[in-house]
Design a protein around this ligand. Sequence first.
Ligand code: FAD
Ligand code: NAD
Length: 464
Amino acid sequence: MRTLTTTLLVIGGGPAGYVAGIRAAQLGVQTIVVEGEKLGGTCLNIGCIPSKALIHAADEFEKARHWANHSPLGIQVPAATIDIARTVKWKEGIVQRLTGGVGVLLKRAGAQVIEGRATILDGKTVEVHTAQETLRIQCQHLVIASGSIATELPSLPFGGPVISSTEALAPTALPKRLVVVGAGYIGLELGIAYRKLGCEVAVVEMTDRILPTYDEELTRPVLASLKKLGVVLHLRCSVEGLDEGGKALRVRSSNADEFALPCDQVLVAAGRRPRTEGFGLESLHLDIAGRAIKVDDQCRTSMRDVWAIGDVSGEPMLAHRGMAQGEMVAEIIAGHRRRFAPAAIPAICFTDPEVVVAGLSPAQAEEAGLDCIQAAFPFSANGRSMTLESTEGFVRVVARRDNHLIVGWQAVGRAVSELAAAFSQSIEMGARLEDVGGTIHAHPTLGEAVQEAALRALGRALHV
Ligand code: FAD
Ligand code: NAD
Protein backbone atom coordinates (compact mmCIF):
# COMPACT_ATOMS: atom_id res chain seq x y z
CA MET A 1 0.00 0.00 0.00
CA ARG A 2 1.30 3.47 -0.96
CA THR A 3 1.62 5.99 1.86
CA LEU A 4 1.48 9.75 1.25
CA THR A 5 2.29 12.42 3.78
CA THR A 6 0.84 15.89 3.83
CA THR A 7 0.39 18.85 6.16
CA LEU A 8 -3.36 19.15 5.60
CA LEU A 9 -5.86 16.49 4.60
CA VAL A 10 -9.43 17.56 3.89
CA ILE A 11 -12.17 14.91 3.75
CA GLY A 12 -14.89 16.21 1.43
CA GLY A 13 -14.75 18.48 -1.61
CA GLY A 14 -18.01 20.39 -1.00
CA PRO A 15 -18.11 24.18 -0.47
CA ALA A 16 -16.53 23.89 2.99
CA GLY A 17 -13.81 21.41 2.01
CA TYR A 18 -12.86 22.80 -1.39
CA VAL A 19 -12.59 26.36 -0.06
CA ALA A 20 -10.38 25.11 2.80
CA GLY A 21 -8.27 23.30 0.19
CA ILE A 22 -7.92 26.31 -2.14
CA ARG A 23 -7.08 28.78 0.65
CA ALA A 24 -4.61 26.48 2.41
CA ALA A 25 -2.77 25.75 -0.84
CA GLN A 26 -2.75 29.46 -1.74
CA LEU A 27 -1.00 30.06 1.59
CA GLY A 28 1.62 27.43 0.85
CA VAL A 29 0.26 24.65 3.06
CA GLN A 30 0.77 21.22 1.51
CA THR A 31 -2.83 20.09 0.96
CA ILE A 32 -4.73 17.01 -0.18
CA VAL A 33 -8.51 17.05 -0.69
CA VAL A 34 -10.22 13.66 -0.83
CA GLU A 35 -13.63 13.50 -2.50
CA GLY A 36 -15.65 10.29 -2.73
CA GLU A 37 -18.23 11.47 -5.26
CA LYS A 38 -17.92 14.76 -7.13
CA LEU A 39 -16.07 17.96 -6.32
CA GLY A 40 -18.54 20.69 -5.37
CA GLY A 41 -20.41 18.42 -2.96
CA THR A 42 -24.12 18.69 -2.29
CA CYS A 43 -24.23 22.38 -3.14
CA LEU A 44 -22.95 22.29 -6.72
CA ASN A 45 -24.13 18.81 -7.72
CA ILE A 46 -27.46 18.15 -6.01
CA GLY A 47 -28.29 21.25 -3.94
CA CYS A 48 -28.02 25.02 -4.25
CA ILE A 49 -27.12 25.32 -7.92
CA PRO A 50 -29.35 22.63 -9.49
CA SER A 51 -32.29 23.78 -7.37
CA LYS A 52 -31.87 27.38 -8.42
CA ALA A 53 -31.56 26.28 -12.05
CA LEU A 54 -34.80 24.28 -11.83
CA ILE A 55 -36.55 27.17 -10.05
CA HIS A 56 -35.46 29.54 -12.82
CA ALA A 57 -36.66 27.16 -15.53
CA ALA A 58 -40.01 26.78 -13.75
CA ASP A 59 -40.35 30.57 -13.43
CA GLU A 60 -39.66 31.05 -17.13
CA PHE A 61 -42.11 28.31 -18.09
CA GLU A 62 -44.81 29.79 -15.87
CA LYS A 63 -44.19 33.20 -17.39
CA ALA A 64 -44.59 31.79 -20.90
CA ARG A 65 -47.81 30.02 -19.89
CA HIS A 66 -49.06 33.23 -18.30
CA TRP A 67 -48.32 35.14 -21.52
CA ALA A 68 -50.12 32.49 -23.57
CA ASN A 69 -53.28 33.13 -21.57
CA HIS A 70 -53.30 36.84 -20.98
CA SER A 71 -50.59 39.43 -20.61
CA PRO A 72 -51.29 42.99 -19.55
CA LEU A 73 -47.95 43.80 -21.19
CA GLY A 74 -49.43 42.94 -24.57
CA ILE A 75 -47.09 39.96 -25.17
CA GLN A 76 -48.65 37.10 -27.09
CA VAL A 77 -47.10 33.64 -27.47
CA PRO A 78 -48.57 30.28 -28.47
CA ALA A 79 -49.31 27.74 -25.69
CA ALA A 80 -46.03 26.87 -23.92
CA THR A 81 -44.76 23.31 -23.39
CA ILE A 82 -41.64 22.07 -21.62
CA ASP A 83 -39.15 19.36 -22.57
CA ILE A 84 -37.97 18.42 -19.07
CA ALA A 85 -35.12 16.25 -20.37
CA ARG A 86 -33.67 19.34 -22.05
CA THR A 87 -34.17 21.39 -18.90
CA VAL A 88 -32.23 18.79 -16.90
CA LYS A 89 -29.47 18.72 -19.52
CA TRP A 90 -29.19 22.52 -19.36
CA LYS A 91 -28.97 22.32 -15.54
CA GLU A 92 -26.27 19.63 -15.78
CA GLY A 93 -24.28 21.89 -18.08
CA ILE A 94 -24.17 24.56 -15.38
CA VAL A 95 -23.21 21.97 -12.75
CA GLN A 96 -20.40 20.63 -14.92
CA ARG A 97 -19.02 24.10 -15.60
CA LEU A 98 -18.95 24.91 -11.89
CA THR A 99 -17.59 21.59 -10.63
CA GLY A 100 -14.95 21.60 -13.37
CA GLY A 101 -14.02 25.11 -12.24
CA VAL A 102 -13.54 23.93 -8.66
CA GLY A 103 -11.08 21.29 -9.88
CA VAL A 104 -9.15 23.93 -11.83
CA LEU A 105 -9.08 26.33 -8.86
CA LEU A 106 -7.74 23.63 -6.52
CA LYS A 107 -5.08 22.60 -9.03
CA ARG A 108 -4.09 26.18 -9.77
CA ALA A 109 -3.69 26.88 -6.04
CA GLY A 110 -1.47 23.81 -5.73
CA ALA A 111 -3.75 21.41 -3.86
CA GLN A 112 -3.83 17.72 -4.75
CA VAL A 113 -7.25 16.18 -5.29
CA ILE A 114 -7.73 12.45 -4.76
CA GLU A 115 -10.93 10.83 -5.96
CA GLY A 116 -11.84 8.14 -3.48
CA ARG A 117 -13.62 7.37 -0.24
CA ALA A 118 -11.74 8.21 2.93
CA THR A 119 -11.84 6.10 6.07
CA ILE A 120 -10.38 7.59 9.22
CA LEU A 121 -7.98 5.28 11.05
CA ASP A 122 -6.85 7.81 13.66
CA GLY A 123 -6.52 11.59 13.96
CA LYS A 124 -3.45 11.57 11.71
CA THR A 125 -4.08 8.63 9.40
CA VAL A 126 -6.69 8.12 6.72
CA GLU A 127 -7.12 5.30 4.26
CA VAL A 128 -8.47 6.20 0.81
CA HIS A 129 -10.07 3.71 -1.56
CA THR A 130 -9.71 4.98 -5.12
CA ALA A 131 -10.76 3.19 -8.31
CA GLN A 132 -7.16 2.00 -8.76
CA GLU A 133 -5.74 1.40 -5.30
CA THR A 134 -5.97 1.81 -1.55
CA LEU A 135 -3.78 4.61 -0.23
CA ARG A 136 -2.72 5.55 3.24
CA ILE A 137 -2.33 9.26 3.97
CA GLN A 138 -0.52 10.62 7.02
CA CYS A 139 -1.36 14.21 7.89
CA GLN A 140 -0.55 16.83 10.47
CA HIS A 141 -4.02 18.42 10.30
CA LEU A 142 -7.26 16.62 9.47
CA VAL A 143 -10.25 18.69 8.35
CA ILE A 144 -13.58 16.86 8.30
CA ALA A 145 -15.94 18.40 5.73
CA SER A 146 -18.17 15.41 5.02
CA GLY A 147 -21.40 17.43 4.72
CA SER A 148 -24.90 16.18 5.38
CA ILE A 149 -27.54 13.77 4.10
CA ALA A 150 -31.31 13.93 3.71
CA THR A 151 -33.29 12.73 6.72
CA GLU A 152 -35.20 9.54 5.96
CA LEU A 153 -38.59 9.08 7.62
CA PRO A 154 -39.16 5.56 9.04
CA SER A 155 -42.68 5.55 7.58
CA LEU A 156 -41.45 6.62 4.14
CA PRO A 157 -38.06 5.11 3.28
CA PHE A 158 -36.48 6.47 0.11
CA GLY A 159 -36.96 4.36 -3.00
CA GLY A 160 -39.47 4.00 -5.85
CA PRO A 161 -41.96 6.86 -5.70
CA VAL A 162 -40.47 8.20 -2.46
CA ILE A 163 -37.70 10.58 -3.45
CA SER A 164 -35.30 13.06 -1.89
CA SER A 165 -34.28 16.42 -3.36
CA THR A 166 -31.54 14.61 -5.32
CA GLU A 167 -34.03 12.76 -7.52
CA ALA A 168 -36.40 15.76 -7.59
CA LEU A 169 -33.60 17.81 -9.15
CA ALA A 170 -33.04 15.33 -11.99
CA PRO A 171 -36.53 14.29 -13.13
CA THR A 172 -36.76 12.02 -16.16
CA ALA A 173 -40.48 12.85 -16.36
CA LEU A 174 -42.74 15.12 -14.37
CA PRO A 175 -45.23 13.47 -12.01
CA LYS A 176 -48.87 14.43 -12.44
CA ARG A 177 -49.34 14.60 -8.65
CA LEU A 178 -46.50 15.34 -6.25
CA VAL A 179 -46.86 15.27 -2.49
CA VAL A 180 -44.12 17.09 -0.59
CA VAL A 181 -43.41 16.22 3.04
CA GLY A 182 -42.02 19.26 4.87
CA ALA A 183 -42.79 22.95 4.27
CA GLY A 184 -39.21 24.06 4.91
CA TYR A 185 -36.55 25.27 2.48
CA ILE A 186 -36.49 22.33 0.09
CA GLY A 187 -40.19 21.47 0.31
CA LEU A 188 -41.31 24.96 -0.65
CA GLU A 189 -38.54 25.85 -3.11
CA LEU A 190 -39.08 22.63 -5.08
CA GLY A 191 -42.81 22.35 -4.38
CA ILE A 192 -43.37 25.76 -5.97
CA ALA A 193 -41.07 24.91 -8.89
CA TYR A 194 -42.93 21.65 -9.60
CA ARG A 195 -46.27 23.48 -9.40
CA LYS A 196 -45.03 26.03 -11.91
CA LEU A 197 -43.88 23.17 -14.15
CA GLY A 198 -47.52 22.06 -14.25
CA CYS A 199 -47.73 19.34 -11.55
CA GLU A 200 -50.46 19.14 -8.92
CA VAL A 201 -48.64 19.75 -5.64
CA ALA A 202 -49.74 19.12 -2.05
CA VAL A 203 -47.50 19.86 0.94
CA VAL A 204 -47.76 18.04 4.29
CA GLU A 205 -46.17 19.84 7.24
CA MET A 206 -46.17 18.70 10.85
CA THR A 207 -46.04 22.18 12.44
CA ASP A 208 -48.83 24.74 12.22
CA ARG A 209 -47.16 26.93 9.58
CA ILE A 210 -44.87 27.07 6.58
CA LEU A 211 -41.16 27.90 6.91
CA PRO A 212 -41.31 27.59 10.71
CA THR A 213 -37.80 28.98 11.19
CA TYR A 214 -38.84 32.41 9.85
CA ASP A 215 -41.20 34.85 11.59
CA GLU A 216 -44.81 34.62 10.53
CA GLU A 217 -45.18 38.12 9.07
CA LEU A 218 -42.32 37.33 6.72
CA THR A 219 -43.87 34.13 5.45
CA ARG A 220 -47.37 35.55 4.91
CA PRO A 221 -46.70 36.64 1.29
CA VAL A 222 -45.31 33.14 0.57
CA LEU A 223 -48.48 31.60 2.00
CA ALA A 224 -50.60 33.87 -0.21
CA SER A 225 -48.51 32.91 -3.23
CA LEU A 226 -48.92 29.17 -2.51
CA LYS A 227 -52.69 29.67 -2.47
CA LYS A 228 -52.60 31.66 -5.71
CA LEU A 229 -50.45 29.03 -7.40
CA GLY A 230 -52.79 26.25 -6.24
CA VAL A 231 -50.36 24.42 -3.94
CA VAL A 232 -52.52 22.58 -1.38
CA LEU A 233 -51.26 22.81 2.20
CA HIS A 234 -51.89 20.29 4.97
CA LEU A 235 -50.52 21.79 8.18
CA ARG A 236 -50.31 20.01 11.57
CA CYS A 237 -50.26 16.67 9.76
CA SER A 238 -48.03 13.62 10.04
CA VAL A 239 -47.36 10.99 7.40
CA GLU A 240 -48.21 7.35 8.01
CA GLY A 241 -46.82 5.82 4.82
CA LEU A 242 -47.86 4.91 1.32
CA ASP A 243 -51.00 2.87 0.73
CA GLU A 244 -50.60 -0.67 -0.61
CA GLY A 245 -50.70 0.28 -4.28
CA GLY A 246 -48.16 3.06 -3.69
CA LYS A 247 -50.51 5.56 -5.31
CA ALA A 248 -51.61 7.52 -2.22
CA LEU A 249 -49.95 8.87 0.91
CA ARG A 250 -51.72 8.18 4.20
CA VAL A 251 -51.73 11.33 6.32
CA ARG A 252 -52.93 11.90 9.89
CA SER A 253 -54.19 15.32 10.94
CA SER A 254 -53.78 16.81 14.43
CA ASN A 255 -57.30 15.70 15.39
CA ALA A 256 -56.30 12.12 14.53
CA ASP A 257 -58.31 11.91 11.29
CA GLU A 258 -56.57 9.83 8.65
CA PHE A 259 -56.92 10.65 4.97
CA ALA A 260 -55.20 9.69 1.73
CA LEU A 261 -53.49 12.05 -0.68
CA PRO A 262 -53.29 10.63 -4.21
CA CYS A 263 -49.76 10.90 -5.55
CA ASP A 264 -47.36 9.65 -8.22
CA GLN A 265 -44.30 10.76 -6.26
CA VAL A 266 -43.56 11.83 -2.69
CA LEU A 267 -40.71 14.24 -2.09
CA VAL A 268 -39.48 13.90 1.49
CA ALA A 269 -37.90 17.21 2.56
CA ALA A 270 -37.95 16.81 6.32
CA GLY A 271 -34.48 18.18 7.06
CA ARG A 272 -30.87 17.09 6.68
CA ARG A 273 -28.42 15.64 9.20
CA PRO A 274 -24.64 15.79 9.46
CA ARG A 275 -22.83 12.92 7.71
CA THR A 276 -20.95 11.37 10.62
CA GLU A 277 -21.28 7.67 9.92
CA GLY A 278 -19.65 5.12 7.64
CA PHE A 279 -16.11 6.50 7.42
CA GLY A 280 -14.50 5.68 10.74
CA LEU A 281 -15.28 8.99 12.42
CA GLU A 282 -16.58 7.21 15.51
CA SER A 283 -13.05 5.85 16.14
CA LEU A 284 -11.97 9.40 17.08
CA HIS A 285 -14.56 9.66 19.90
CA LEU A 286 -15.01 13.37 19.21
CA ASP A 287 -17.39 15.44 21.33
CA ILE A 288 -20.76 15.69 19.63
CA ALA A 289 -23.37 18.47 19.73
CA GLY A 290 -26.70 16.86 18.88
CA ARG A 291 -25.96 15.00 15.63
CA ALA A 292 -23.11 17.31 14.61
CA ILE A 293 -19.42 17.35 15.47
CA LYS A 294 -18.92 19.85 18.28
CA VAL A 295 -16.56 22.68 17.34
CA ASP A 296 -15.31 25.85 19.01
CA ASP A 297 -15.14 29.30 17.44
CA GLN A 298 -12.13 28.22 15.38
CA CYS A 299 -13.80 24.99 14.17
CA ARG A 300 -11.48 22.91 16.34
CA THR A 301 -12.97 19.61 17.49
CA SER A 302 -12.23 18.02 20.85
CA MET A 303 -9.10 16.39 19.32
CA ARG A 304 -5.99 18.44 18.66
CA ASP A 305 -5.41 19.29 14.98
CA VAL A 306 -8.71 17.69 13.94
CA TRP A 307 -11.14 20.28 12.57
CA ALA A 308 -14.75 20.14 11.37
CA ILE A 309 -16.38 22.59 8.97
CA GLY A 310 -19.61 22.94 7.00
CA ASP A 311 -22.79 20.93 7.51
CA VAL A 312 -21.04 18.24 9.57
CA SER A 313 -20.43 20.93 12.20
CA GLY A 314 -24.15 21.71 12.52
CA GLU A 315 -26.57 24.57 11.88
CA PRO A 316 -27.05 26.69 9.94
CA MET A 317 -26.39 24.18 7.16
CA LEU A 318 -25.70 26.72 4.45
CA ALA A 319 -23.03 26.70 1.77
CA HIS A 320 -21.72 30.20 2.52
CA ARG A 321 -21.25 29.36 6.21
CA GLY A 322 -19.23 26.28 5.27
CA MET A 323 -17.10 28.28 2.83
CA ALA A 324 -16.38 30.94 5.46
CA GLN A 325 -15.39 28.26 7.98
CA GLY A 326 -13.19 26.54 5.39
CA GLU A 327 -11.35 29.75 4.57
CA MET A 328 -10.84 30.50 8.27
CA VAL A 329 -9.50 27.05 9.19
CA ALA A 330 -7.05 27.15 6.27
CA GLU A 331 -5.74 30.49 7.48
CA ILE A 332 -5.39 29.29 11.08
CA ILE A 333 -3.45 26.23 9.89
CA ALA A 334 -1.24 28.58 7.86
CA GLY A 335 -0.46 30.51 11.04
CA HIS A 336 -2.97 33.38 10.90
CA ARG A 337 -5.03 34.46 13.90
CA ARG A 338 -8.70 33.97 13.03
CA ARG A 339 -11.98 33.30 14.79
CA PHE A 340 -15.41 32.46 13.39
CA ALA A 341 -17.55 35.23 14.81
CA PRO A 342 -19.69 36.64 11.99
CA ALA A 343 -22.08 39.41 12.99
CA ALA A 344 -24.60 37.83 10.61
CA ILE A 345 -24.96 34.78 8.39
CA PRO A 346 -27.65 35.64 5.84
CA ALA A 347 -30.22 33.01 4.86
CA ILE A 348 -32.40 33.04 1.79
CA CYS A 349 -35.36 30.93 0.83
CA PHE A 350 -35.76 30.96 -2.94
CA THR A 351 -39.53 30.64 -2.89
CA ASP A 352 -41.87 32.87 -4.86
CA PRO A 353 -41.66 35.46 -3.39
CA GLU A 354 -38.15 35.10 -1.97
CA VAL A 355 -37.39 35.51 1.73
CA VAL A 356 -34.11 36.81 3.12
CA VAL A 357 -32.95 37.32 6.68
CA ALA A 358 -29.71 38.60 8.18
CA GLY A 359 -29.07 39.18 11.85
CA LEU A 360 -31.86 39.36 14.41
CA SER A 361 -35.62 39.45 13.86
CA PRO A 362 -37.61 41.72 16.20
CA ALA A 363 -38.50 38.70 18.38
CA GLN A 364 -34.89 37.45 18.47
CA ALA A 365 -33.67 40.93 19.42
CA GLU A 366 -36.17 41.01 22.28
CA GLU A 367 -35.11 37.54 23.41
CA ALA A 368 -31.51 38.76 23.41
CA GLY A 369 -32.57 41.51 25.82
CA LEU A 370 -32.09 44.35 23.31
CA ASP A 371 -34.36 47.37 23.30
CA CYS A 372 -34.96 47.80 19.57
CA ILE A 373 -36.97 49.78 17.09
CA GLN A 374 -38.17 48.30 13.81
CA ALA A 375 -39.66 49.64 10.63
CA ALA A 376 -40.81 48.14 7.35
CA PHE A 377 -41.09 49.62 3.89
CA PRO A 378 -43.59 47.94 1.53
CA PHE A 379 -42.70 47.12 -2.06
CA SER A 380 -46.16 48.45 -3.00
CA ALA A 381 -44.59 51.91 -2.58
CA ASN A 382 -41.50 51.07 -4.69
CA GLY A 383 -41.49 52.07 -8.36
CA ARG A 384 -39.13 49.31 -9.49
CA SER A 385 -41.42 46.66 -7.96
CA MET A 386 -44.31 48.02 -10.02
CA THR A 387 -42.31 47.80 -13.24
CA LEU A 388 -41.46 44.19 -12.32
CA GLU A 389 -45.17 43.41 -11.82
CA SER A 390 -44.53 42.35 -8.24
CA THR A 391 -45.46 44.67 -5.40
CA GLU A 392 -46.04 42.21 -2.56
CA GLY A 393 -43.64 42.06 0.38
CA PHE A 394 -41.48 44.48 2.33
CA VAL A 395 -38.05 45.23 3.77
CA ARG A 396 -37.80 45.44 7.55
CA VAL A 397 -34.96 46.76 9.67
CA VAL A 398 -34.29 46.16 13.37
CA ALA A 399 -31.98 48.55 15.22
CA ARG A 400 -31.03 49.37 18.78
CA ARG A 401 -33.17 52.19 20.17
CA ASP A 402 -30.27 53.86 22.02
CA ASN A 403 -27.64 54.19 19.28
CA HIS A 404 -29.49 53.05 16.12
CA LEU A 405 -27.00 50.22 15.49
CA ILE A 406 -28.59 47.90 12.93
CA VAL A 407 -28.91 44.36 14.31
CA GLY A 408 -31.17 42.75 11.72
CA TRP A 409 -32.80 42.90 8.31
CA GLN A 410 -35.63 40.84 6.87
CA ALA A 411 -37.27 41.03 3.46
CA VAL A 412 -39.82 39.18 1.43
CA GLY A 413 -40.56 39.91 -2.19
CA ARG A 414 -39.52 39.24 -5.72
CA ALA A 415 -35.72 39.06 -6.22
CA VAL A 416 -34.94 40.16 -2.65
CA SER A 417 -32.20 37.51 -2.47
CA GLU A 418 -29.92 40.11 -4.05
CA LEU A 419 -30.45 42.41 -1.06
CA ALA A 420 -28.66 39.88 1.18
CA ALA A 421 -25.27 41.45 0.44
CA ALA A 422 -26.39 44.93 1.52
CA PHE A 423 -28.01 43.50 4.65
CA SER A 424 -24.99 41.49 5.82
CA GLN A 425 -22.51 44.20 4.90
CA SER A 426 -24.33 46.84 6.94
CA ILE A 427 -24.51 44.59 10.00
CA GLU A 428 -20.92 43.37 9.69
CA MET A 429 -19.63 46.95 9.33
CA GLY A 430 -21.62 48.16 12.33
CA ALA A 431 -23.81 50.52 10.30
CA ARG A 432 -26.40 52.67 12.01
CA LEU A 433 -29.79 53.63 10.61
CA GLU A 434 -28.35 57.04 9.69
CA ASP A 435 -25.58 55.38 7.58
CA VAL A 436 -28.05 53.46 5.42
CA GLY A 437 -30.65 56.24 5.39
CA GLY A 438 -27.96 58.72 4.34
CA THR A 439 -26.55 56.60 1.50
CA ILE A 440 -27.77 57.54 -1.96
CA HIS A 441 -29.46 54.43 -3.39
CA ALA A 442 -29.89 54.29 -7.17
CA HIS A 443 -33.35 54.85 -8.60
CA PRO A 444 -35.38 52.89 -9.55
CA THR A 445 -34.20 49.82 -7.60
CA LEU A 446 -35.52 47.46 -4.96
CA GLY A 447 -32.60 48.70 -2.85
CA GLU A 448 -34.42 51.98 -2.31
CA ALA A 449 -36.75 50.03 0.00
CA VAL A 450 -33.69 49.29 2.17
CA GLN A 451 -32.87 52.98 2.49
CA GLU A 452 -36.55 53.85 3.07
CA ALA A 453 -36.89 51.21 5.83
CA ALA A 454 -33.94 52.83 7.62
CA LEU A 455 -35.45 56.30 7.13
CA ARG A 456 -38.81 55.08 8.39
CA ALA A 457 -37.19 53.69 11.54
CA LEU A 458 -35.79 57.20 12.05
CA GLY A 459 -39.30 58.62 11.60
CA ARG A 460 -38.53 60.30 8.30
CA ALA A 461 -39.52 58.05 5.42
CA LEU A 462 -40.09 59.95 2.17
CA HIS A 463 -42.18 57.66 0.01
CA VAL A 464 -44.71 56.14 2.37
P1 FAD B 1 -21.35 18.91 1.17
O1 FAD B 1 -21.64 19.92 0.15
O2 FAD B 1 -22.39 17.93 1.53
O3 FAD B 1 -20.02 18.17 0.71
C1 FAD B 1 -19.50 17.11 1.42
C2 FAD B 1 -18.66 16.29 0.47
O4 FAD B 1 -17.92 15.34 1.23
C3 FAD B 1 -19.49 15.49 -0.53
O5 FAD B 1 -19.07 15.79 -1.83
C4 FAD B 1 -19.21 14.03 -0.16
O6 FAD B 1 -19.15 13.18 -1.29
C5 FAD B 1 -17.84 14.15 0.50
N1 FAD B 1 -17.57 13.07 1.46
C6 FAD B 1 -18.30 12.73 2.55
N2 FAD B 1 -17.72 11.71 3.19
C7 FAD B 1 -16.60 11.38 2.49
C8 FAD B 1 -15.60 10.39 2.65
N3 FAD B 1 -15.60 9.52 3.66
N4 FAD B 1 -14.61 10.34 1.73
C9 FAD B 1 -14.58 11.20 0.69
N5 FAD B 1 -15.50 12.15 0.49
C10 FAD B 1 -16.50 12.24 1.38
N6 FAD B 1 -27.32 26.17 0.91
C11 FAD B 1 -27.26 27.48 0.63
O7 FAD B 1 -26.48 28.20 1.24
N7 FAD B 1 -28.04 28.04 -0.35
C12 FAD B 1 -28.92 27.30 -1.07
O8 FAD B 1 -29.61 27.82 -1.94
C13 FAD B 1 -29.01 25.91 -0.79
N8 FAD B 1 -29.85 25.12 -1.49
C14 FAD B 1 -29.88 23.77 -1.23
C15 FAD B 1 -30.75 22.99 -1.96
C16 FAD B 1 -30.81 21.63 -1.72
C17 FAD B 1 -31.76 20.78 -2.53
C18 FAD B 1 -29.96 21.04 -0.74
C19 FAD B 1 -30.01 19.57 -0.49
C20 FAD B 1 -29.09 21.82 0.00
C21 FAD B 1 -29.05 23.20 -0.23
N9 FAD B 1 -28.21 24.04 0.50
C22 FAD B 1 -28.17 25.38 0.23
C23 FAD B 1 -27.32 23.50 1.54
C24 FAD B 1 -25.89 23.33 0.99
O9 FAD B 1 -25.93 22.46 -0.12
C25 FAD B 1 -25.00 22.79 2.08
O10 FAD B 1 -25.04 23.64 3.21
C26 FAD B 1 -23.55 22.70 1.61
O11 FAD B 1 -23.43 21.89 0.45
C27 FAD B 1 -22.68 22.15 2.72
O12 FAD B 1 -21.35 22.08 2.28
P2 FAD B 1 -20.32 21.02 2.91
O13 FAD B 1 -19.05 21.23 2.19
O14 FAD B 1 -20.37 21.11 4.37
O15 FAD B 1 -20.93 19.59 2.55
P1 NAD C 1 -35.95 22.26 6.76
O1 NAD C 1 -35.47 22.06 8.13
O2 NAD C 1 -35.81 23.58 6.11
O3 NAD C 1 -37.52 21.93 6.72
C1 NAD C 1 -38.02 20.69 7.10
C2 NAD C 1 -39.51 20.84 7.32
O4 NAD C 1 -40.06 19.55 7.42
C3 NAD C 1 -39.84 21.60 8.59
O5 NAD C 1 -40.84 22.56 8.33
C4 NAD C 1 -40.33 20.50 9.52
O6 NAD C 1 -41.28 20.96 10.47
C5 NAD C 1 -40.94 19.53 8.53
N1 NAD C 1 -41.00 18.13 8.96
C6 NAD C 1 -40.04 17.41 9.57
N2 NAD C 1 -40.46 16.14 9.77
C7 NAD C 1 -41.70 16.05 9.25
C8 NAD C 1 -42.65 15.00 9.14
N3 NAD C 1 -42.38 13.78 9.60
N4 NAD C 1 -43.84 15.27 8.56
C9 NAD C 1 -44.12 16.51 8.10
N5 NAD C 1 -43.25 17.54 8.16
C10 NAD C 1 -42.06 17.32 8.72
O7 NAD C 1 -35.29 21.09 5.90
P2 NAD C 1 -35.18 20.86 4.33
O8 NAD C 1 -36.19 21.66 3.60
O9 NAD C 1 -35.14 19.39 4.16
O10 NAD C 1 -33.75 21.43 4.01
C11 NAD C 1 -32.61 20.91 4.71
C12 NAD C 1 -31.56 21.95 4.89
O11 NAD C 1 -30.91 22.22 3.66
C13 NAD C 1 -32.09 23.32 5.34
O12 NAD C 1 -32.30 23.38 6.73
C14 NAD C 1 -30.99 24.22 4.90
O13 NAD C 1 -29.95 24.17 5.85
C15 NAD C 1 -30.53 23.58 3.61
N6 NAD C 1 -31.18 24.24 2.44
C16 NAD C 1 -30.99 25.58 2.26
C17 NAD C 1 -31.57 26.21 1.18
C18 NAD C 1 -31.34 27.67 0.98
O14 NAD C 1 -30.45 28.21 1.62
N7 NAD C 1 -32.09 28.35 0.12
C19 NAD C 1 -32.36 25.50 0.30
C20 NAD C 1 -32.55 24.15 0.52
C21 NAD C 1 -31.94 23.53 1.60
